[in-house]
Design a protein around this ligand. Sequence first.
Ligand code: ZN
Ligand code: ZN
Length: 345
Amino acid sequence: MQNQAMVMTDVRKFELCNVSMPEVGTDELGIAVKSVGICGSDMHFYEGKAFSIFPNSLPFVLGHEAAGVVYQVGENVKDFQVGDRVAIEPGVPCGKCAFCESGRYNLCPDVVFLATPPVEGALKRYIKYPAFKTYRLPDNLSMTEGALLEPLSVGIHAAQRSGVTIGKTVAILGGGCIGLCTLLAAKAWGASRIIVCDLFDSHLNKALALGATDTVNSGTQNTVEQIMKLTGGAGVDIVFETAGSPVTAAQTSHIVGRGGTIVMVGNIMPDVPFSFRNLYKKEAEVRAVFRYCNTYPIALQAVASGRIDVKRIVSASYPFEQAQQAFDHAVDDKVNCVKAVITME
Ligand SMILES: [Zn+2]
Ligand SMILES: [Zn+2]
């Protein structure tokens, strides 16, 4: 078996390199990777925008949304077999700190996360992975659906943190991959009205197809005015900020309703002018979402049962050898590309 990695050697440049086979440890699985989703953070890296946080990190391997087939089982691992189809959860927490003990392991200060320097990602033919963060896929889940459990986990964690229940009115600011995953989760949790706002009609049409009840084009319409109009002046019960933009972040306190909840999902880098007076008057609250925890079993069941059809967010698929084209497409055509995936035969 010859391992290969798609190595990022420069900004917007990949090289397919022969690399050694992983040395599978006693508590690990050897996995032949079959599907990898391209995430916003991968694109950020590919465009060279992450070098301010991770200087001197090239050459590097991207990809943290992955599924594959087990080809080797570590000697301490009891519940997996060669041939199992699996998805991996890309964060491996320490398992010992107070946050891990409390179940909020996404807050573990020692978490090791795939494709976060110096930890290489999954754009390889073969990887090793700790068995305790690997999930066996039912037969009716495709490899790509397995990889998509990762972004779906973000949406599910956001929905759980928001307290969304049946009958609630929700606004989602941003209709990219994470916005759409949040939409799928909010819908599965019973939200009755889901308003999605985005700059691109292509994203809004996708949102409507996936169950949004209303859309607002934030490029041509005033988002705050439109949402207040759609809700008869009441605002929404829950606002999800998924665009990662200071503009949408500032809008959240204007559109949240009385007693409502704002959930910050996007990674917003600059400081944002924010009306705390709006929060005060409405006794609204703000909650943040950092990745996810305990969501993989839920995501897996939701997709397997047909409750959430996550594969519909995929807009393009490329073979492993064409990873560079896949990334170029994802970066250069954000209007049409909601989610690109890379597959290995
Ligand atoms: Zn991701
Ligand atoms: Zn920990």
